[in-house]
Design a protein around this ligand. Structure first.
Ligand code: 3EB
Length: 336
């Protein structure tokens, strides 16, 4: 028998398509011009970057500042089409859509959250990428009170309102991160997909969307992780994870103890996802509260992960750090 020439005409998707091409990388800010010229980028997120972005890819200027020099986070995929609609900057390849909005966050953060999610969902669903996989939301003064209710809790009300219709249509809550900034606007950026992910919860923690109302009138709508299968491998997008057991914060004010608990939670989520042989951490982000915080050494499989450390306010005042990650499992014989 000769070569399997029948495979030649098949679309890349038959072999895993967009999932296999998805890459996450961190670049120093002086690589901007090179990044601006690329056509395989779904989205770029700047941390501590002050220069204007001139590329075609959607760009998110966050108000978060890294502990080190300014950084671009690049989420790349297949050849990407970029567009702008109703204030939503977005780009898509054959599997994934990246979308971002930036809104003034001075006033009622509940309505700002509802508007941000509402406009992103309209674009994602219209373009045929109807399943949110991952969401990141950053806004200032997360602990300040607004009409007697903490702004994070107000945010949860607005998010819940915007997601109600989507959930009723069979949409799934994404994995998420929600962090307070020192200044600036609200930024919401998401990854959505044509097909649903698989929601993964952590048996050590109450589902966030079932938190008791002592944490606010509406629970935070996110899942602990989203698993996405593609080709022979599986990707796990893990939400911002903190030292919470059940629904209660652990070791208030003790960064080292919180870090240990956080890694136990991360390992529990990875174990639950059943990723197969030797899961590998592709990228991680750490959010630490306060200026002087010194992070303890990372355990085992987390040590070699490309990691970005950012200053930010974790959404519960007693929490000192939060860690998110992307983990891949399955055969590792391809470059990534
Ligand atoms: C927690 O587990 C910690 O509101 O989207 C982590 C990740 C947290 C996402 C969100 C909040 C969110 O409840 C805080």
């Amino acid at each position: 028998m000769g070569k399997k020439t029948w495979a030649r005409g098949l679309p890349a998707r038959a072999f895993g398509g967009g999932v296999e091409r998805m890459r996450i990388s961190y670049y120093p800010a002086d690589r901007r011009v090179e990044l601006e010229g690329r056509d395989d980028i779904l989205g770029v997120v700047g941390y501590g970057v002050t220069t204007a972005w001139q590329g075609r890819a959607p760009y998110v200027a966050t108000a978060l500042v890294p502990t080190g020099p300014p950084v671009y986070e690049v989420i790349a995929g297949g050849p990407a089409v970029s567009a702008l609609r109703d204030g939503v900057r977005y780009a898509y390849d054959d599997e994934w859509l990246f979308a971002a909005v930036t809104l003034g966050a001075g006033e009622s953060i509940a309505s700002v959250a509802a508007e941000a999610y509402g406009s992103i969902l309209r674009v994602a669903e219209d373009e045929g990428y109807g399943y949110l996989i991952r969401a990141w939301q950053y806004f200032p003064d997360i602990h300040a009170a607004d009409e007697g209710l903490e702004r994070y809790r107000q945010f949860n009300r607005g998010r819940h309102q915007a997601l109600e219709g989507y959930l009723a249509r069979g949409g799934l809550r994404p994995a998420a991160t929600c962090i307070g900034t020192r200044a600036g606007d609200l930024t919401l950026h998401v990854l959505a997909r044509r097909t649903p992910g698989i929601a993964i919860e952590n048996p050590r923690q109450v589902c966030a969307y079932r938190y008791p109302d002592t944490y606010g009138p509406r629970p935070p709508d996110f899942v602990r992780a989203m698993k996405v299968a593609g080709g022979p491998r599986e990707w796990l997008w893990i939400s911002g994870t903190a030292a919470i057991v059940g629904h209660e914060s652990q070791a208030p004010g003790d960064l080292e103890a919180q870090a240990r608990e956080t890694f136990t939670n991360l390992d529990a989520v990875v174990a639950c996802a059943g990723l197969g042989a030797q899961p590998r951490v592709l990228a991680a982000k750490v959010y630490v509260r306060g200026q002087g915080a010194v992070l303890p050494p990372w355990p085992g499989s987390w040590r070699s992960a490309p990691t970005l450390i950012l200053r930010g306010d974790i959404c519960r005042a007693e929490l000192a750090l939060e860690i998110e990650a992307v983990v891949v499992g399955g055969p590792q014989n391809e470059a990534q």
